[in-house]
Every structure is written in C-alpha cells, then in structure tokens.
Design a protein around this ligand. Structure first.
Ligand SMILES: *Cc1c(COP(=O)(O)O)cnc(C)c1O
Ligand code: SF4
Length: 358
C-alpha cells in the first residue's frame, strides 16, 4: 500500500488546470505560468491552504510563478557559486558546501515538496541552470575523511523526500563516523507535507542515540500552520527529534509587525523553536521579495523583543559567502561613559548599570 505522502507528491499541483481546482487563477498568474520556463509546484495539501480569491495570499505568493521573477536589478549572477564557495581552492564533492571549519551543508537531493518562488537556491532547484553532481556516497566519504566536521546539515532540495530506507541509511552512516556529533536536516515538509511524518520515518531517523537529529523547517507565515502541522511536530518531538524554524523575511508576506509576531508565537505554540530569520538573499529574480537589510532587526525590536516570550525570538541573519552575519537591533545602549551604561527597553524606558573597568 502506498503511503499518503507519496500520493501527495504524485498529485503535486504543477499545472494551470490542477491549480484551477483550488483557486480562481488571475490573468497575471496565468500568464506567468504559461510564459515562464520554470519548475513550479505545490503539494495538494499546501495548495488547499490558499485563499481562493486573493492573489496576495501569502501561500499563493510563495508558490505561484510571477512575471516579476524576470526582473533582476539587484540580484547577483551565479549566486550559488559565490554563496557556497564553489570557486575556492579546496577540492570538495559538489554535494558539500562549506563556510565553516567544523560544519558543512550536505546536499542529498534536488527535489522539493513545493518550489518556493523566493528560493535562494533557485539556480539549482527551480531553474536548474546550475548542474551539480550529487553523490551521497562520495559526500559521506568526504565527511569521514575530514575529522574536523562535527555537525552535518543535510539539505537539498528536501531531504525528507528520500524514502525511509535511504534516510535510515544516511543517518546510520553519518552516526558511524566517529567525529560526527550531530545531524541537522533542513526540510520544509513538516510545513508543506506533514503527512511525511510517519511511523516509518520516526523509526528510520528517530529514537535515542548519542548523535542527535535536529530538523529545521521553514515556515514563513502563520497561515502555514494547521492542526496537521501540530500533530506532525509532536510526533517528531516524541521520538527525540528536535524541531526549529528558519523563516525567510519576505516583503508583503511577513514583513509587518502583526504577522511577524503572530508567526513566532504560533511557531512556539506548535512546539517549533524559532531559530533564524533570514534576510531574503540577493539571488537572481527575487528582487520583489526583498526588504531593506535593516527590516528584520526592526521587526525583532518592534514585534518580538520584550513584546512576547523570549523563546519565540529568532536570530536575524544575513547569509553570505563568509557565513551568517547576525544583525540585531542596536537601540539598547543609549549612552556609555566611564561610570555607567544607560540602557533602553522595548517601551523606551531607560535605566543604568555600572560600567566595569577591564
Ligand atoms: C547555514 C550554514 C551552516 C550552518 O550554520 P549555523 O549557524 O550553524 O546554523 C553551515 N554551513 C553552511 C554552508 C551553511 O550555509
Ligand atoms: S523547499 Fe527549500 S530548497 Fe526547496 S524550493 Fe523551497 S526554499 Fe528552495
């Protein structure tokens, strides 16, 4: 018997006809779908969360191709080669992206549950302009030879689209490498296809082990969380898998105070720990999703810090070729002299603490 999640992938909504079963497609959306040569698609489950009539629905904007993707005024060409340091001296398999000494990103597939229009890996997973050779066995050998690697981020595409057997093989092989201390899996499936969290998956990658597994998912708007999500996250946690979120700051989708706060509160209520909010990266063709750089820090200041639970606070980061650079709002230190610091809180009130000489 085929599992429900497999059926969802086979029935992926990836044509105008299929999309019309869910929403009233606008002329502009229609034109983009017909004219643009781009891979797009969404699971029937996630499509069912779309607003039937509002083209500005946050789910529609993340899923349906837009003619705006043809504009590239501010994006960088060959973005991934720059971002993933593919042009450096070190010889690495295509599946390994490296920015740090002790951890790497390991790409194991190029298929996704939905093809996010804002994807910074668009050249690889959506437009397929960048041809890379993804060989899991070769990547595992490289990791085994590099004893400094203690943390492996399994990424894609979406790694949870691999079968239970393949995932079990991958996690088991990684756990056999003595220097690997933890495994992270980046997957949008807990959000776009919660049906994927099955007993089989729990058995394949869950359970007690001294090398823990973390899943970092991507949820960008409170509307993406349903009762099905809540149940799936509970299932992951119940078998020892930790769950975090990496949101992308998206113009017109989550860049206002109310949505931003609601998103983070709802994530926490769903037992997902907000980890990062990413600045929407300067990849080609996604200018229309990008805010100012400062916007994320402003939102943390105005919507989160002091306004809601500390556990709901992500770190705002700019992902670059030299690593992730945190950018936090710097309104807190109002004044500093030899004697004291003057500090400001989220309400604009100030207080002082003594300055400690070195
Ligand atoms: C994001 C990323 C990491 C992990 O960074 P953390 O800050 O530890 O989450 C590691 N390697 C690459 C190439 C990355 O892009
Ligand atoms: S799931 Fe991730 S890799 Fe796939 S299209 Fe979305 S952002 Fe890109």
């Amino acid at each position: 018997m085929s599992e429900e999640w497999v059926g969802q992938m086979q029935d992926q909504v990836d044509s105008l006809e299929k999309l019309e079963k869910y929403i009233n497609v606008t002329d502009e959306e229609k034109r983009a779908i017909e004219d643009m040569d781009t891979r797009w698609g969404v699971t029937p489950y996630f499509a069912s969360l779309m607003d039937k009539d509002d083209p500005n629905c946050p789910i529609r904007m993340q899923v349906i191709p837009s003619l705006k993707e043809r504009i590239n005024e501010f994006g960088m060409d060959n973005y991934l080669v720059w971002k993933e340091n593919r042009a450096t001296e070190e010889v690495r398999p295509d599946s390994i992206a490296r920015q740090y000494h002790d951890r790497i990103a390991f790409t194991v597939t190029e298929t996704c549950g939905i093809y996010c229009r804002h994807c910074f890996r668009k050249e690889l997973v959506v437009d397929q302009d960048l041809q890379l050779h993804m060989d899991v066995a070769e990547g595992l050998d490289w990791i085994a030879e590099h004893t400094e690697i203690r943390d492996v981020l399994v990424t894609g595409g979406d790694p949870l689209l691999l079968s239970d057997e393949k995932l079990e093989y991958l996690v088991t092989k990684l756990r056999e490498i003595p220097h690997v201390e933890m495994i992270r899996i980046g997957s949008r499936l807990p959000i776009v296809l919660p049906h994927r969290i099955t007993e089989g998956l729990k058995k394949a990658i869950g359970g007690f082990h001294k090398v823990p597994v973390w899943i970092n998912t991507q949820c960008n708007h409170p509307k993406e969380i349903t009762e099905k999500t809540e149940k799936a996250i509970y299932e992951l946690l119940s078998c020892g898998i930790n769950v975090g979120n990496q949101a992308v700051l998206l113009k017109g989708i989550n860049d206002d105070v109310d949505t931003f706060r609601e998103l983070h509160q709802k994530l926490l209520r769903t037992r997902i720990r907000p980890y990062y909010v990413f600045y929407c990266e300067p990849a080609p063709g996604i200018d229309h999703f990008r805010t100012t750089v400062e916007k994320g820090a402003e939102l943390i200041r105005d919507a989160l810090r002091g306004h809601t639970t500390g556990l709901a606070q992500p770190m705002y980061v700019l992902a670059t070729n030299i690593g992730k650079i945190p950018l936090m709002p710097d309104y807190n230190i109002v004044d500093k002299n030899e004697k004291e610091y003057t500090l400001r809180n989220h309400l604009g009130e100030t207080t002082t603490i003594p300055n400690m000489p070195e």
